[in-house]
Design a binder for this molecule. Structure first.
Ligand code: UDP
Length: 240
C-alpha cells in the first residue's frame, strides 16, 4: 500500500502529496471551486469526490484505449495515485464548438460547431492570467520543441475523438476541454492532471450546461449536475 507523505503542492482544486514511492504522487481532490483566476471562490461540499471519481473513470477508459496517462488507481472517494511527471506549463485546450473565451475573442455566439477541432495553447502562469500563446511562443519560452508541440496537438486531437465518443454515449456534447501533459524522467510525454466537468464544457441535448459554467455563471447548484455525469458514466462504463 502506497503511503501518503508530505504535501508537495497545494492547488486550487487539488492537493498533491508525495508518497513513499518517489515515482508516485497522491492527488487529493478538494471541494473548493474557483473561477476568474481565483477571484470567485467557494466551498462546494462533495465536488472533490465527484471530480476525483469522474476523472478516475475517464482516465481508466483512456488507458484502456491505449492513451498513455499518469493515472494509476483511485484509492478513495477523493484520492487517486498518479505517476509523477514534470508538468509542462501549458493548458492545451481543444474546441469542437464555439464557447467561452473563443466566442468572446471572435464575437461569436456559443455552440457553433467548428468544421474541424481547434487546439490552442495557454501559458500556465497565474501572475500573467494564463495568456493565449502560439507555437513560436512555446518554443521561445523553451516549454517544448517543435516535435513535442506536434505530438501535443496530435495527442490532444486523438483524446478529443475518444472523449467525444465517450460523452456521446451519455448524451452529452463535448464543447471544449483543457488538458495538461507531463514528462516522465526519460522525456516521454504523457497525459496528466484531470478531465472533469471542471475542465470541460458539456452540453446536454437541450444545450443545458452540465459543467463548471453553472458555477461561473451562477446558473444553479453544481452538485446534482456533476452527480448526473458520474452516475451516467458509471452506468455506461462500469455497469453500475
Ligand atoms: N479551462 C480550464 N482551466 C482554465 C481555463 C479553461 O479547465 O484555467 C477549460 C474550460 O473549462 C473550458 C476550456 O478550458 O472547457 C476552454 O476555456 P476558455 O478558454 O473558453 O476559457 P473560460 O471561458 O473558461 O475563461
Amino acid at each position: 500500500m502506497t503511503e501518503k507523505r508530505t504535501l508537495l503542492y497545494e492547488g486550487k482544486a487539488k492537493n498533491i502529496y508525495l508518497t513513499d514511492d518517489d515515482s508516485i504522487i497522491l492527488a487529493q481532490y478538494k471541494d473548493q471551486a474557483t473561477a476568474l483566476n481565483g477571484k470567485k471562490k467557494d466551498q462546494i461540499s462533495g465536488k472533490g469526490a465527484l471530480n476525483n471519481q469522474i476523472t478516475s473513470l475517464i482516465f481508466r477508459e483512456l488507458n484502456r484505449r491505449g492513451v498513455q496517462t499518469h493515472f494509476i488507481e483511485q484509492i478513495s472517494k477523493t484520492e487517486q495515485l498518479n505517476t509523477q511527471v514534470d508538468i509542462i506549463p501549458l493548458e492545451v485546450v481543444v474546441r469542437n464548438y464555439t464557447a467561452g473565451s473563443f466566442s468572446k475573442r471572435f464575437n461569436l455566439a456559443e455552440g457553433i460547431k467548428l468544421a474541424t477541432p481547434i487546439v490552442e495553447f495557454y501559458y500556465k502562469n497565474d501572475d500573467l492570467d494564463d495568456p493565449f500563446i502560439n507555437d513560436a511562443h512555446v518554443k521561445f519560452l523553451e516549454i517544448a520543441s517543435d516535435e513535442e508541440i506536434a505530438l501535443l496537438k496530435q495527442n490532444a486531437l486523438a483524446i478529443d475523438l475518444i472523449l467525444t465518443d465517450l460523452f456521446a454515449k451519455i448524451e452529452l456534447k463535448l464543447i471544449d476541454f483543457k488538458l495538461e501533459f507531463g514528462r516522465l524522467p526519460d522525456g516521454t510525454i504523457i497525459l496528466a492532471d484531470e478531465i472533469s466537468p471542471d475542465t470541460s464544457r458539456l452540453w446536454d441535448m437541450d444545450n443545458n450546461h452540465v459543467d463548471k459554467d453553472v458555477y461561473r455563471r451562477d446558473l444553479g447548484d453544481l452538485i446534482p449536475i456533476y452527480q448526473r455525469v458520474l452516475t451516467d458514466l458509471q452506468t455506461e462504463f462500469e455497469g453500475k
